[in-house]
Design a protein around this ligand. Sequence first.
Ligand code: HAM
Length: 431
Amino acid sequence: MSIQALPGFRDFYPEDLAVRSHVFGAMRRVALRYGFEEYDGPPLESLDLYTRKSGDEIVGQLYNFRDKGDREVALRPEMTPTLARMVAPKVAALKKPIRWFSIPQLFRYERQQRGRLREHFQLNCDLIGEAGPAADAEIVALAIDVMRELGLGATDVRVRISDRRLLGGILGELGLDEAQRGLAFHALDKTGRSEYQARRKALADAGVGDSALERLEALPGIRTWADLEREFPHATREGEPLRAVFDAVEAMGLGEFLDLDLTIVRGLAYYTGTVFELFDAGRSLRAICGGGRYDGLLEALGGVAQPALGFGMGDVVLTELLRDRGLLPAAPPSAEVFVAAVTTEDRPHVMALVHRLRDAGFRVEYPFGHQALGKQFKLADARRVKVVVVVGPDDRARGQVAVKDLARGTQEAVDSERLDQVLGQLGCVTI
Ligand code: HAM
């Protein structure tokens, strides 16, 4: 009986892991350039952590069970509650603003479809302790710069951005009360999707009149600040923080990535201000990244009030987009240097040399048993090494080895003590 991976779970063969490392490497470099520190938390948490604040959609997708100690637990579906839980007890001692990032694996029992699996990795970058829009701009710019680091530009990805405070102002201007506003957020979140009609009906059932519904449905058409001022002049004040975010992102030279989009609400329950999502420009894929400001979450989970914001950027959609655009590098060779022995007597010398080169940081392979030179070269070729070093009795007698550059097809005799230097000249790097 053959047992396969569960639906929605991935095996990472070495070539897949090379792709993942490429993506994580870009994420990590950019986060570090922004002065963020890396953290991690446990993959299994108390169920309560999510039922309190994450929102119904995510709670419905939890992998949860009762453990052997009779605790209700869940695999983490997102990182933000863990972050809030970790920061809350230490917040007084931590120098603010806190800039932390993590690349956790997350688990959601979702219907499997393109870009959606039951596990994914997610770069999380969060900033805690800063209420002003400069922090929002920093977080949005960080997300954009990860795209740029991977070779994607403003014609490939768009940041669709809004602000729940501004949306609140607009809904207030339309005369919606608190309960109706919640329903309107739900409806806006599903704009353009099949679920929208049911959400619209819920709004109508809650007493929202036709003219308010019509104006709500005109929100996707508002694309500029001028449109906003014309349509909702009284919400201008609530739009100021978002305008300041636009100005700051433009000052950084990244303004061309931004689209004002009032249908962006975000499904998670804890967002309070700026909300944004990154999509491929053609909108053929699901969201690459989502985030926003969640000023109340630390207080709800840990009793300390701190402004906070951040984003989660998944690896699944991003990798699909990079593959579509031909931006994924070929898997690197497993070794750069192969050391071959001419005779059985050379093998102890090969082992000593291999060990010396590995100590120096080169990536080196050699055959485990004695083989004809031709066979050893075949293995070296299959491994795509740059250089084969041949150890033979005659060269050894002169304190030399033969160095063959496979790409150029050249061969030279090299004094053993100069070998490291020659390998460097031939492009082999140390790690
Ligand atoms: P989210 O929108 O639920 O936000 O997820 C963020 C991103 O993770 C999505 O845009 C998507 O790329 C990826 N993602 C989510 N679910 C799946 C899935 N089932 N399969 C593949 N990829 C997926 C959050 O999780 C927030 N906690 C982000 C955040 C951090 N907000 C503030 N700080």
